[in-house]
Design a binder for this molecule. Structure first.
Ligand code: GTP
Ligand code: MG
Length: 189
């Protein structure tokens, strides 16, 4: 039959972003359901079986760490991913500036300008953002307008266990049912 597309059997989620924004903490918080006291630079690839994911698709979560891995590895992982989560620290404007000065342009260089691979912005450390950087949402909205590959922006806090499972749900959903840009604030209880 025409236009038949087999269903994706696996979703591969890649976590990238500046050093120390909390990529490894987010993965460990999802797996162990508590905030880790200590984190290695990089978490081994995690596979979540289909039957315990919201969309019933086996999901691989891949951590990246500049401390541990080369740029060549980053480029390979960008190509292999089905969805790319760029994590920033909502309390640190420098990590937001790097979205447009490094991460989003690098993804376009590696994958091509109209690559169509969904990108999720992940604003971690929301527990510190209201005090340290109250304008974080105003800093993100123009980025979302400039890059149409951004599917969703999710604010979260590994430390307070806020929006962690939601973040991975939105990443799965971006692959399986891409929609339109969406901003998910952290402050819904
Ligand atoms: P690299 O692997 O070096 O790139 O860092 P990373 O992005 O994996 O960050 P990691 O998870 O190692 O966390 C860095 C620091 O931020 C640690 O001290 C964490 O405890 C802290 N941290 C992580 N998430 C949060 C959060 O939601 N809130 C706060 N306040 N601190 C956090
Ligand atoms: Mg790490």
């Amino acid at each position: 039959p025409p236009n038949y597309q087999p269903a994706l059997s696996d979703v591969r989620i890649l976590m990238v972003g500046e050093d120390g924004v909390g990529k490894t903490s987010l993965i460990m918080s999802l797996i162990s359901e508590e905030f880790p006291d200590r984190t290695p630079p990089r978490m081994e690839e995690v596979t979540i079986p289909a039957d315990v994911t919201p969309e019933r698709v086996a999901t691989h979560i891949v951590d990246y760490s500049k401390q541990d891995q080369s740029e060549a590895v980053l480029h390979e992982e960008l190509k292999k991913a089905n969805v790319i989560c760029i994590v920033y620290a909502a309390n640190l404007p420098d990590t937001i500036a790097k979205l447009t000065s490094y991460w989003l342009p690098t993804i376009q260089e590696v994958l091509g300008e109209s690559h169509g691979k969904p990108v999720i912005l992940v604003g971690n450390k929301s527990d510190e953002a209201e005090i340290s950087n109250p304008n974080h949402m105003e800093q993100i909205l123009p980025v979302m307008n400039q890059y149409s590959e951004i599917e969703t922006c999710v604010e979260c806090s590994a430390k307070k266990m806020k929006n962690i499972s939601e973040l991975f749900y939105y990443a799965q959903k971006a692959v399986l049912h891409p929609t339109h840009p969406l901003y998910v604030p952290e402050d819904k209880e």
